[in-house]
Design a binder for this molecule. Structure first.
Ligand code: NZQ
Ligand code: ZN
Length: 381
Protein backbone atom coordinates (compact mmCIF):
# COMPACT_ATOMS: atom_id res chain seq x y z
CA UNK A 1 0.00 0.00 0.00
CA UNK A 2 1.59 3.28 -1.11
CA UNK A 3 1.00 6.54 0.78
CA UNK A 4 -1.86 8.67 -0.44
CA UNK A 5 -4.20 11.54 0.32
CA UNK A 6 -7.83 11.17 -0.54
CA UNK A 7 -10.38 13.93 -0.45
CA UNK A 8 -13.55 13.97 -2.48
CA UNK A 9 -15.66 17.01 -1.68
CA UNK A 10 -18.73 16.20 -3.82
CA UNK A 11 -21.95 15.58 -1.95
CA UNK A 12 -23.92 12.87 -3.74
CA UNK A 13 -27.68 12.78 -3.33
CA UNK A 14 -28.82 9.44 -4.68
CA UNK A 15 -32.28 8.01 -5.26
CA UNK A 16 -35.69 8.19 -6.87
CA UNK A 17 -37.00 11.69 -7.55
CA UNK A 18 -34.07 13.37 -5.84
CA UNK A 19 -33.72 16.05 -8.52
CA UNK A 20 -36.63 17.80 -6.80
CA UNK A 21 -34.27 19.09 -4.10
CA UNK A 22 -32.09 21.03 -6.54
CA UNK A 23 -33.74 24.40 -5.93
CA UNK A 24 -33.42 24.09 -2.17
CA UNK A 25 -29.82 22.91 -2.47
CA UNK A 26 -28.86 25.86 -4.62
CA UNK A 27 -30.57 28.29 -2.31
CA UNK A 28 -28.86 26.76 0.69
CA UNK A 29 -25.55 27.08 -1.15
CA UNK A 30 -26.17 30.80 -1.59
CA UNK A 31 -26.96 30.79 -5.32
CA UNK A 32 -29.60 33.10 -6.75
CA UNK A 33 -28.93 32.97 -10.50
CA UNK A 34 -27.62 29.88 -12.30
CA UNK A 35 -26.48 29.01 -15.77
CA UNK A 36 -28.57 25.95 -16.61
CA UNK A 37 -26.44 23.90 -19.00
CA UNK A 38 -27.98 21.03 -20.97
CA UNK A 39 -27.51 18.98 -24.10
CA UNK A 40 -29.04 18.54 -27.49
CA UNK A 41 -32.60 17.59 -26.65
CA UNK A 42 -33.02 14.62 -24.30
CA UNK A 43 -33.78 16.70 -21.20
CA UNK A 44 -36.49 18.57 -23.13
CA UNK A 45 -38.00 15.36 -24.53
CA UNK A 46 -38.18 13.68 -21.14
CA UNK A 47 -39.70 16.74 -19.46
CA UNK A 48 -36.80 16.93 -17.00
CA UNK A 49 -35.80 20.43 -18.07
CA UNK A 50 -39.26 21.86 -17.36
CA UNK A 51 -39.38 20.13 -14.00
CA UNK A 52 -35.97 21.53 -13.07
CA UNK A 53 -37.07 25.03 -14.09
CA UNK A 54 -40.04 24.54 -11.77
CA UNK A 55 -37.84 23.50 -8.83
CA UNK A 56 -35.68 26.54 -9.41
CA UNK A 57 -38.51 29.03 -9.59
CA UNK A 58 -40.16 27.55 -6.48
CA UNK A 59 -36.96 28.52 -4.69
CA UNK A 60 -36.62 31.92 -6.36
CA UNK A 61 -33.53 30.88 -8.29
CA UNK A 62 -33.21 32.62 -11.63
CA UNK A 63 -32.16 30.38 -14.53
CA UNK A 64 -30.26 31.43 -17.64
CA UNK A 65 -30.68 28.56 -20.09
CA UNK A 66 -27.72 27.36 -22.12
CA UNK A 67 -28.53 24.26 -24.18
CA UNK A 68 -26.96 22.62 -27.19
CA UNK A 69 -23.98 20.89 -25.58
CA UNK A 70 -23.00 18.11 -27.99
CA UNK A 71 -21.68 14.67 -27.12
CA UNK A 72 -17.88 15.10 -27.06
CA UNK A 73 -18.30 18.77 -26.13
CA UNK A 74 -16.53 21.37 -28.22
CA UNK A 75 -14.51 24.41 -27.24
CA UNK A 76 -16.39 26.97 -29.35
CA UNK A 77 -19.67 26.16 -27.61
CA UNK A 78 -18.07 26.20 -24.16
CA UNK A 79 -16.54 29.61 -24.93
CA UNK A 80 -20.04 30.90 -25.76
CA UNK A 81 -21.22 29.57 -22.41
CA UNK A 82 -18.43 31.43 -20.63
CA UNK A 83 -19.43 34.67 -22.33
CA UNK A 84 -23.05 34.25 -21.28
CA UNK A 85 -22.10 33.28 -17.72
CA UNK A 86 -19.98 36.43 -17.45
CA UNK A 87 -22.54 38.77 -19.04
CA UNK A 88 -25.38 37.41 -16.95
CA UNK A 89 -23.27 37.38 -13.77
CA UNK A 90 -24.52 33.95 -12.71
CA UNK A 91 -23.32 32.69 -9.36
CA UNK A 92 -23.42 28.93 -10.05
CA UNK A 93 -23.56 26.42 -12.89
CA UNK A 94 -26.24 23.73 -12.97
CA UNK A 95 -25.46 20.97 -15.47
CA UNK A 96 -28.32 18.63 -16.37
CA UNK A 97 -27.27 15.76 -18.61
CA UNK A 98 -24.55 13.19 -19.24
CA UNK A 99 -20.79 13.46 -18.96
CA UNK A 100 -20.54 15.87 -21.88
CA UNK A 101 -22.91 18.37 -20.29
CA UNK A 102 -21.17 18.07 -16.93
CA UNK A 103 -17.75 18.53 -18.51
CA UNK A 104 -18.82 21.61 -20.42
CA UNK A 105 -20.49 22.95 -17.28
CA UNK A 106 -17.15 22.59 -15.51
CA UNK A 107 -15.39 24.45 -18.32
CA UNK A 108 -17.86 27.30 -18.09
CA UNK A 109 -17.59 27.39 -14.29
CA UNK A 110 -13.82 27.91 -14.67
CA UNK A 111 -14.08 30.38 -17.54
CA UNK A 112 -16.63 32.52 -15.72
CA UNK A 113 -14.01 33.42 -13.10
CA UNK A 114 -10.99 33.55 -15.41
CA UNK A 115 -9.66 36.50 -17.34
CA UNK A 116 -7.97 34.27 -19.93
CA UNK A 117 -9.25 31.73 -22.47
CA UNK A 118 -10.41 28.37 -21.10
CA UNK A 119 -8.37 26.29 -23.58
CA UNK A 120 -5.27 27.22 -21.58
CA UNK A 121 -6.65 25.14 -18.72
CA UNK A 122 -6.79 22.08 -20.99
CA UNK A 123 -3.23 22.55 -22.13
CA UNK A 124 -1.25 23.07 -18.95
CA UNK A 125 -2.65 25.72 -16.63
CA UNK A 126 -4.48 24.49 -13.53
CA UNK A 127 -7.52 26.52 -12.55
CA UNK A 128 -7.63 27.57 -8.95
CA UNK A 129 -11.18 28.79 -8.89
CA UNK A 130 -14.54 28.02 -10.46
CA UNK A 131 -18.16 28.88 -9.86
CA UNK A 132 -19.91 26.24 -7.74
CA UNK A 133 -21.00 23.35 -9.95
CA UNK A 134 -24.27 21.49 -9.36
CA UNK A 135 -25.17 18.45 -11.44
CA UNK A 136 -28.23 16.34 -12.22
CA UNK A 137 -26.87 13.29 -13.99
CA UNK A 138 -28.93 11.63 -16.75
CA UNK A 139 -26.35 9.17 -18.08
CA UNK A 140 -24.06 7.20 -15.79
CA UNK A 141 -20.68 6.45 -17.38
CA UNK A 142 -17.90 8.97 -17.03
CA UNK A 143 -17.66 9.60 -13.29
CA UNK A 144 -17.64 13.35 -13.99
CA UNK A 145 -20.34 13.74 -11.35
CA UNK A 146 -17.82 13.01 -8.61
CA UNK A 147 -14.43 13.94 -9.97
CA UNK A 148 -12.29 16.95 -10.74
CA UNK A 149 -11.95 16.34 -14.47
CA UNK A 150 -13.47 17.89 -17.58
CA UNK A 151 -12.67 16.67 -21.09
CA UNK A 152 -12.99 19.09 -24.00
CA UNK A 153 -12.42 18.90 -27.75
CA UNK A 154 -10.81 21.75 -29.61
CA UNK A 155 -12.61 21.08 -32.87
CA UNK A 156 -10.25 23.26 -34.90
CA UNK A 157 -7.06 21.50 -33.88
CA UNK A 158 -8.65 18.06 -33.26
CA UNK A 159 -7.20 17.94 -29.77
CA UNK A 160 -9.23 16.33 -27.00
CA UNK A 161 -7.67 17.02 -23.61
CA UNK A 162 -8.64 16.88 -19.95
CA UNK A 163 -8.55 19.70 -17.43
CA UNK A 164 -8.01 18.54 -13.86
CA UNK A 165 -8.45 20.58 -10.73
CA UNK A 166 -9.82 20.31 -7.22
CA UNK A 167 -11.81 23.45 -8.09
CA UNK A 168 -14.13 21.57 -10.45
CA UNK A 169 -15.49 18.79 -8.31
CA UNK A 170 -19.25 19.32 -8.30
CA UNK A 171 -20.52 20.74 -5.02
CA UNK A 172 -23.63 18.58 -5.23
CA UNK A 173 -24.43 15.80 -7.70
CA UNK A 174 -27.92 14.39 -7.85
CA UNK A 175 -28.09 10.81 -9.07
CA UNK A 176 -31.57 9.51 -9.77
CA UNK A 177 -31.28 6.16 -11.60
CA UNK A 178 -34.79 6.63 -13.05
CA UNK A 179 -33.45 9.49 -15.18
CA UNK A 180 -31.23 6.98 -16.99
CA UNK A 181 -34.11 4.74 -18.16
CA UNK A 182 -34.33 6.67 -21.43
CA UNK A 183 -30.64 6.42 -22.36
CA UNK A 184 -30.72 4.69 -25.77
CA UNK A 185 -29.28 1.15 -26.11
CA UNK A 186 -26.09 2.25 -27.86
CA UNK A 187 -25.14 4.80 -25.21
CA UNK A 188 -26.21 2.40 -22.44
CA UNK A 189 -23.73 -0.09 -23.88
CA UNK A 190 -20.97 2.50 -24.29
CA UNK A 191 -21.55 3.54 -20.67
CA UNK A 192 -20.81 0.00 -19.51
CA UNK A 193 -17.67 -0.10 -21.67
CA UNK A 194 -16.48 3.22 -20.24
CA UNK A 195 -17.08 2.31 -16.60
CA UNK A 196 -15.06 -0.89 -16.99
CA UNK A 197 -12.36 1.02 -18.88
CA UNK A 198 -11.93 3.45 -15.98
CA UNK A 199 -10.93 0.70 -13.60
CA UNK A 200 -9.05 -1.44 -16.10
CA UNK A 201 -6.45 1.25 -16.81
CA UNK A 202 -5.09 1.36 -13.26
CA UNK A 203 -5.57 -2.37 -12.67
CA UNK A 204 -3.18 -3.30 -15.47
CA UNK A 205 -0.68 -0.43 -15.43
CA UNK A 206 0.00 0.21 -11.72
CA UNK A 207 3.20 -0.88 -10.00
CA UNK A 208 1.98 -3.67 -7.78
CA UNK A 209 -0.32 -2.36 -5.08
CA UNK A 210 -2.73 -3.59 -2.48
CA UNK A 211 -4.96 -6.58 -3.04
CA UNK A 212 -7.85 -4.45 -1.80
CA UNK A 213 -7.63 -2.36 -4.96
CA UNK A 214 -7.58 -5.40 -7.24
CA UNK A 215 -10.60 -6.80 -5.42
CA UNK A 216 -12.35 -3.45 -5.57
CA UNK A 217 -11.78 -3.17 -9.32
CA UNK A 218 -12.90 -6.73 -9.96
CA UNK A 219 -16.10 -6.09 -8.00
CA UNK A 220 -16.84 -3.00 -10.06
CA UNK A 221 -16.23 -4.86 -13.32
CA UNK A 222 -18.46 -7.74 -12.27
CA UNK A 223 -21.19 -5.42 -11.02
CA UNK A 224 -21.11 -3.52 -14.32
CA UNK A 225 -21.31 -6.74 -16.31
CA UNK A 226 -24.15 -8.15 -14.22
CA UNK A 227 -26.24 -4.98 -14.12
CA UNK A 228 -25.71 -4.04 -17.77
CA UNK A 229 -26.93 -7.48 -18.83
CA UNK A 230 -30.19 -6.67 -17.04
CA UNK A 231 -30.74 -3.09 -18.17
CA UNK A 232 -29.89 -3.82 -21.79
CA UNK A 233 -32.96 -6.10 -21.73
CA UNK A 234 -35.04 -4.06 -19.29
CA UNK A 235 -34.08 -0.38 -19.54
CA UNK A 236 -36.35 0.59 -16.66
CA UNK A 237 -35.09 -1.94 -14.14
CA UNK A 238 -34.45 0.36 -11.17
CA UNK A 239 -32.02 -1.81 -9.26
CA UNK A 240 -29.87 -2.59 -12.27
CA UNK A 241 -29.72 1.08 -13.33
CA UNK A 242 -29.08 2.14 -9.72
CA UNK A 243 -26.26 -0.28 -8.99
CA UNK A 244 -24.70 0.49 -12.34
CA UNK A 245 -24.94 4.22 -11.72
CA UNK A 246 -23.12 4.01 -8.42
CA UNK A 247 -20.55 1.56 -9.82
CA UNK A 248 -19.79 3.98 -12.66
CA UNK A 249 -19.38 6.84 -10.19
CA UNK A 250 -17.03 4.83 -7.97
CA UNK A 251 -15.03 3.73 -11.01
CA UNK A 252 -13.59 7.22 -11.51
CA UNK A 253 -13.97 9.16 -8.29
CA UNK A 254 -10.40 8.46 -7.18
CA UNK A 255 -11.14 5.62 -4.81
CA UNK A 256 -9.81 2.77 -6.96
CA UNK A 257 -6.51 4.62 -7.37
CA UNK A 258 -5.81 5.16 -3.67
CA UNK A 259 -2.74 3.32 -2.38
CA UNK A 260 -1.45 2.54 -5.87
CA UNK A 261 1.14 4.30 -7.99
CA UNK A 262 2.71 4.24 -11.41
CA UNK A 263 -0.60 3.86 -13.22
CA UNK A 264 -1.50 5.51 -16.51
CA UNK A 265 -4.45 5.79 -18.88
CA UNK A 266 -3.09 4.65 -22.28
CA UNK A 267 -6.45 3.44 -23.62
CA UNK A 268 -7.99 6.82 -22.90
CA UNK A 269 -4.96 8.49 -24.47
CA UNK A 270 -5.62 6.66 -27.74
CA UNK A 271 -9.42 6.81 -27.57
CA UNK A 272 -9.52 10.55 -27.09
CA UNK A 273 -7.85 10.85 -30.48
CA UNK A 274 -10.49 8.64 -32.09
CA UNK A 275 -13.37 10.68 -30.68
CA UNK A 276 -11.56 13.96 -31.40
CA UNK A 277 -10.93 13.10 -35.03
CA UNK A 278 -14.00 11.02 -35.95
CA UNK A 279 -16.49 12.23 -33.31
CA UNK A 280 -17.42 8.70 -32.30
CA UNK A 281 -18.84 7.97 -28.84
CA UNK A 282 -16.14 7.69 -26.19
CA UNK A 283 -17.22 4.18 -25.14
CA UNK A 284 -17.29 3.04 -28.76
CA UNK A 285 -13.69 4.16 -29.17
CA UNK A 286 -12.67 2.34 -26.01
CA UNK A 287 -14.13 -1.01 -27.08
CA UNK A 288 -11.99 -0.73 -30.22
CA UNK A 289 -8.78 0.30 -28.46
CA UNK A 290 -8.84 -1.87 -25.33
CA UNK A 291 -8.60 -5.38 -26.87
CA UNK A 292 -5.80 -4.18 -29.15
CA UNK A 293 -3.92 -2.50 -26.30
CA UNK A 294 -4.37 -5.61 -24.15
CA UNK A 295 -2.88 -7.85 -26.84
CA UNK A 296 0.10 -5.52 -27.10
CA UNK A 297 0.62 -4.80 -23.40
CA UNK A 298 0.10 -8.36 -22.18
CA UNK A 299 3.18 -9.46 -24.13
CA UNK A 300 5.37 -7.63 -21.60
CA UNK A 301 3.01 -7.73 -18.57
CA UNK A 302 1.29 -11.11 -18.62
CA UNK A 303 0.74 -11.67 -14.90
CA UNK A 304 -2.18 -9.39 -14.21
CA UNK A 305 -3.87 -10.65 -17.37
CA UNK A 306 -3.79 -14.19 -16.03
CA UNK A 307 -5.46 -12.94 -12.87
CA UNK A 308 -8.02 -10.96 -14.91
CA UNK A 309 -8.94 -14.01 -16.99
CA UNK A 310 -9.46 -16.08 -13.88
CA UNK A 311 -11.18 -13.57 -11.63
CA UNK A 312 -13.50 -11.96 -14.14
CA UNK A 313 -14.28 -14.73 -16.58
CA UNK A 314 -13.18 -17.94 -14.83
CA UNK A 315 -10.90 -18.86 -17.73
CA UNK A 316 -7.17 -19.42 -17.72
CA UNK A 317 -4.38 -17.91 -19.76
CA UNK A 318 -3.57 -14.39 -20.88
CA UNK A 319 -5.42 -14.43 -24.19
CA UNK A 320 -8.59 -16.07 -22.92
CA UNK A 321 -9.56 -13.11 -20.75
CA UNK A 322 -8.92 -10.66 -23.60
CA UNK A 323 -11.09 -12.74 -25.92
CA UNK A 324 -13.83 -12.97 -23.30
CA UNK A 325 -13.79 -9.19 -22.83
CA UNK A 326 -14.01 -8.70 -26.58
CA UNK A 327 -17.01 -11.00 -26.78
CA UNK A 328 -18.63 -9.05 -23.97
CA UNK A 329 -18.19 -5.93 -26.12
CA UNK A 330 -19.63 -7.73 -29.14
CA UNK A 331 -22.62 -8.84 -27.06
CA UNK A 332 -23.26 -5.18 -26.27
CA UNK A 333 -23.02 -4.37 -30.01
CA UNK A 334 -20.05 -2.12 -29.32
CA UNK A 335 -17.49 -1.85 -32.13
CA UNK A 336 -14.27 -3.82 -31.64
CA UNK A 337 -12.31 -2.96 -34.78
CA UNK A 338 -11.51 0.36 -36.46
CA UNK A 339 -13.53 -0.75 -39.49
CA UNK A 340 -16.62 -1.27 -37.32
CA UNK A 341 -16.61 2.50 -36.78
CA UNK A 342 -15.64 3.27 -40.41
CA UNK A 343 -12.18 4.43 -39.38
CA UNK A 344 -9.75 3.68 -42.23
CA UNK A 345 -6.61 1.73 -41.40
CA UNK A 346 -4.78 4.20 -43.65
CA UNK A 347 -5.28 6.83 -40.93
CA UNK A 348 -3.38 4.89 -38.26
CA UNK A 349 -0.18 6.96 -38.39
CA UNK A 350 -2.10 10.20 -38.19
CA UNK A 351 -4.16 8.95 -35.22
CA UNK A 352 -1.00 7.68 -33.53
CA UNK A 353 0.68 11.07 -33.86
CA UNK A 354 -2.38 12.77 -32.38
CA UNK A 355 -2.49 10.31 -29.45
CA UNK A 356 1.25 10.65 -28.87
CA UNK A 357 0.80 14.39 -28.29
CA UNK A 358 -1.61 13.49 -25.50
CA UNK A 359 0.84 10.89 -24.19
CA UNK A 360 3.61 13.49 -23.95
CA UNK A 361 1.33 15.73 -21.89
CA UNK A 362 0.45 12.79 -19.64
CA UNK A 363 4.10 11.84 -19.09
CA UNK A 364 3.87 8.56 -21.01
CA UNK A 365 5.26 9.77 -24.33
CA UNK A 366 8.40 7.64 -23.99
CA UNK A 367 6.48 4.49 -23.12
CA UNK A 368 4.16 5.14 -26.06
CA UNK A 369 6.11 6.47 -29.03
CA UNK A 370 4.14 6.99 -32.24
CA UNK A 371 5.36 3.62 -33.52
CA UNK A 372 3.99 1.75 -30.48
CA UNK A 373 0.61 3.46 -30.74
CA UNK A 374 0.51 2.65 -34.46
CA UNK A 375 1.30 -0.97 -33.64
CA UNK A 376 -1.53 -1.09 -31.07
CA UNK A 377 -3.95 0.43 -33.58
CA UNK A 378 -2.89 -2.05 -36.23
CA UNK A 379 -4.02 -4.79 -33.81
CA UNK A 380 -7.48 -3.21 -34.07
CA UNK A 381 -7.79 -3.70 -37.82
O1 NZQ B 1 -27.36 15.80 -25.54
P1 NZQ B 1 -28.55 15.05 -25.11
O2 NZQ B 1 -29.75 15.35 -25.91
O3 NZQ B 1 -28.80 15.14 -23.65
O4 NZQ B 1 -28.28 13.50 -25.47
C1 NZQ B 1 -27.26 12.72 -24.90
C2 NZQ B 1 -26.17 12.36 -25.91
O5 NZQ B 1 -26.70 12.31 -27.21
C3 NZQ B 1 -27.85 11.38 -24.58
N1 NZQ B 1 -28.45 11.28 -23.25
C4 NZQ B 1 -27.90 11.60 -22.06
N2 NZQ B 1 -28.75 11.30 -21.06
C5 NZQ B 1 -29.87 10.80 -21.64
C6 NZQ B 1 -29.69 10.79 -23.03
N3 NZQ B 1 -30.63 10.36 -23.90
C7 NZQ B 1 -31.79 9.92 -23.38
N4 NZQ B 1 -32.04 9.88 -22.05
C8 NZQ B 1 -31.11 10.31 -21.16
N5 NZQ B 1 -31.35 10.22 -19.85
O6 NZQ B 1 -26.75 10.47 -24.62
C9 NZQ B 1 -25.79 10.94 -25.56
C10 NZQ B 1 -24.40 10.82 -24.94
O7 NZQ B 1 -24.27 11.73 -23.86
P2 NZQ B 1 -22.82 12.14 -23.34
O8 NZQ B 1 -23.01 13.08 -22.22
O9 NZQ B 1 -21.98 12.57 -24.49
O10 NZQ B 1 -22.24 10.74 -22.85
P3 NZQ B 1 -21.21 10.41 -21.71
O11 NZQ B 1 -21.84 10.58 -20.38
O12 NZQ B 1 -20.69 9.08 -22.05
O13 NZQ B 1 -20.07 11.52 -21.84
C11 NZQ B 1 -19.05 11.40 -22.80
C12 NZQ B 1 -18.03 12.51 -22.67
O14 NZQ B 1 -17.36 12.45 -21.39
C13 NZQ B 1 -15.94 12.37 -21.60
C14 NZQ B 1 -15.85 11.64 -22.92
O15 NZQ B 1 -14.60 11.75 -23.51
C15 NZQ B 1 -16.93 12.35 -23.72
O16 NZQ B 1 -16.49 13.60 -24.17
N6 NZQ B 1 -15.29 11.75 -20.45
C16 NZQ B 1 -15.27 12.46 -19.30
C17 NZQ B 1 -14.59 12.03 -18.18
C18 NZQ B 1 -14.55 12.82 -16.94
N7 NZQ B 1 -15.09 14.02 -16.93
O17 NZQ B 1 -14.00 12.36 -15.94
C19 NZQ B 1 -13.84 10.78 -18.18
C20 NZQ B 1 -14.18 9.87 -19.32
O18 NZQ B 1 -13.13 8.95 -19.51
C21 NZQ B 1 -14.48 10.57 -20.60
O19 NZQ B 1 -13.30 10.90 -21.31
ZN1 ZN C 1 -13.61 7.07 -20.10
Amino acid sequence: MFDFEFHNPTRVIFGRGKESVIGAELRQGGASKVLLVYGSGSTKRTGLLDRVLGYLSENSIQAVQFGGVVSNPVLSHARRGVEIAKNEKVDAVLAVGGGSVLDEGKAIAVGALASDDIWGYYTGKVPEAALPIYAILTLAATGSEMNGTSVMTNEETKQKYPMKSSAIYPTVSILNPELTYTVPPDYSAYAAVDAVAHVIEGYFTKDGGPVLQDRFVESIIKAVMETSRIFMEEPDNYDARAEFMWAATLALNGLTLTGVKGFSFPNHMIEHSLSAIYNIAHGAGLSIVIPAWMKWYSRSHPRQFERFSQEIFGVSGVGAGIEALESWYRGLHAPVRLGDADIPAADIDMIAANAHDTGVRWGIGDEYPVSAIAEILSLAT
